[in-house]
Design a protein around this ligand. Structure first.
Ligand code: 4AD
Length: 458
């Protein structure tokens, strides 16, 4: 067999892969001979020619199979998703035709091992997942729908975004730690705790790594983690999962303004790093053609002004009544407001009674907290953060107010005994960030195998 270089399909560099010019058959203009492994993403059979779109997770390649190869048994019975090895010459696409990355492979050899063949007939993948398949069935077949164009693009963007968070935190000299998932303290209220038996003692799956991050400040400086958080959300919404990826950071010796500026920087820089990757930028362009980098500074809006805004725009609260101070701004109202304003919003200074026990009160008004939610059009809240109470007495009072037994929190309160400091942090829901960036209707489509109310498979 003539020599060929083994490639993955992201290798598009014209210096390493030369394309034979269309219509030019001179020997001096040979295309690079390559060898590619992948799966049949689509196939179209014409009289003597078979067009295959090959997919290898890195890209797609149009492969042209001419006679006599197109007349072989394996080609005549070729099914979608079959694994295949192809060899041939890389060529330009004839004028007026379209192919991924404007190139095609003129195949002169292929191999399909018996085990590589995908089921056909009744059991063909196209009969199991199609545009008409019921929603519930599609969810049970997530392992197959992941192979689709949209799902795989979202997962590829996710990979780059998660990496970008790591890069940006490294640029800021913020250290990565890995707090435990099995804990005995709640962070965001008892209602959404997943309880389990831990060798005879009650324990929970963590709702947030925040408290543990706070304990790292004295020894490591600013820290972050990208870990799973768990919430027993007993309702079906398009932005609540039972298990989600939580990007959390904690910053020492900062003010509330520092926190907001840092958040803006991290989000914008992560987008910059993500879009600098050409393949990822192409996926985002396809998923969300109207995506624009958010303008800085983000809009700042106090909770009390948001309540006023909702009243003026006739957007009622959950009981169908006009909003009033003290109301939790529910998902629907929040999204309506964000969609109308249509830019990122830092919603700040929520009342003490609707926020978590650990939040620092405002210096001028003790009824409100130094807290922030970042809201994005199409999704609503994607970040929740605050300054933390760092005075031991004030923290003890907060435990009493929220009826939390402080005993289990001895390790958290100790931070206030041994060199406390003004500090704050936040948590960003990776699936929500991706739903916004990739223009997906629900966070269920921005994670690999979504876990939510009553769904724990596949
Ligand atoms: O606002 P939350 O509950 O804040 C915390 O957990 C803080 N302890 C974080 C911190 O300060 N370190 O959650 C933070 C973010 C939300 O803005 C949202 O993006 C995401 O986590 N989130 C969820 N994402 C998917 N499904 C759920 N059930 C989520 N609950 C929260």
């Amino acid at each position: 067999l003539p020599k060929a270089i083994k490639i993955k399909l992201h290798e598009k560099d014209p210096a390493s892969i030369q394309l034979r010019k269309f219509g030019d058959s001179s020997d001096t203009n040979r295309g690079t001979r390559v060898r590619v492994f992948g799966r049949v993403h689509r196939e179209r059979k014409q009289k003597d020619i078979i067009f295959i779109t090959l997919r290898d997770g890195y890209g797609q390649l149009q492969c042209i199979i001419n006679a006599p190869l197109s007349k072989t048994y394996d080609m005549l019975t070729l099914t979608r998703e079959t694994s295949i090895e192809v060899l041939g010459e890389m060529c330009e696409v004839p004028k007026g035709n379209n192919a991924p990355d404007d190139r095609e492979l003129q195949v002169d050899f292929f191999k399909i091992e018996p085990e590589w063949k995908a089921a056909g007939g009744e059991d063909a993948i196209t009969n199991r997942v199609s545009a008409d398949t019921e929603h519930a069935t599609l969810l049970n077949l997530r392992h197959l729908t992941l192979r689709g164009d949209t799902a795989s693009s979202v997962m590829l963007v996710r990979d780059t975004v998660e990496f970008a968070f790591n890069q940006v935190y490294r640029e800021l000299k913020i250290r990565k730690v890995s707090p435990p998932a099995m804990v005995q303290t709640q962070v965001e209220g008892g209602a959404t705790l997943f309880k389990f038996d831990y060798y005879g003692e009650p324990a929970f799956l963590t709702q947030s790594s925040q408290l543990y991050l706070e304990t790292c400040l004295p020894s490591m400086g600013d820290v972050y983690c990208i870990e799973k958080s768990f919430r027993a959300e007993k309702s079906l919404t398009r932005r609540h999962l039972s298990e989600y990826t939580h990007v959390e950071a904690e910053l020492d010796f900062i003010t509330f303004d520092d926190l907001l500026e840092h958040l803006e920087h991290v989000m914008c820089r992560v987008l910059e790093v993500t879009l600098a990757d050409a393949d990822t930028a192409a996926h985002i362009k396809k998923l969300n053609p109207d995506f624009k980098m958010p303008e800085r500074p983000f809009m700042r809006m106090r909770y009390s002004d948001a309540i006023q805004w909702l009243i003026e725009h006739d957007i009622p609260n959950e009981d169908g009544e006009p909003h009033k101070i003290g109301d939790d701004i529910a998902e629907a109202a929040e999204r309506k407001m964000t969609d109308i304003i249509n830019r990122p919003i830092f919603l700040t200074h929520f009342p003490v009674e609707i926020k978590a026990f650990y939040m620092m009160k405002d210096k001028e008004d003790k009824t409100i907290t130094e807290s922030v939610d970042c809201l994005m059009p199409g999704v609503g809240e994607i970040v929740g953060g605050s300054m933390r109470i760092y005075d031991l007495k004030e923290l003890s009072e907060a435990f009493i107010r929220e009826e939390i037994d402080p005993t289990e929190y001895y390790w958290y309160t100790d931070q206030r005994k041994y060199g406390s400091s003004p500090h704050g942090g936040y948590g960003l829901g990776l699936e929500r960030f991706l739903a916004w960036l990739c223009n997906q209707h629900t966070v269920r489509d921005t994670c690999l195998y979504p876990r939510y109310f009553k769904r724990c498979k596949p």
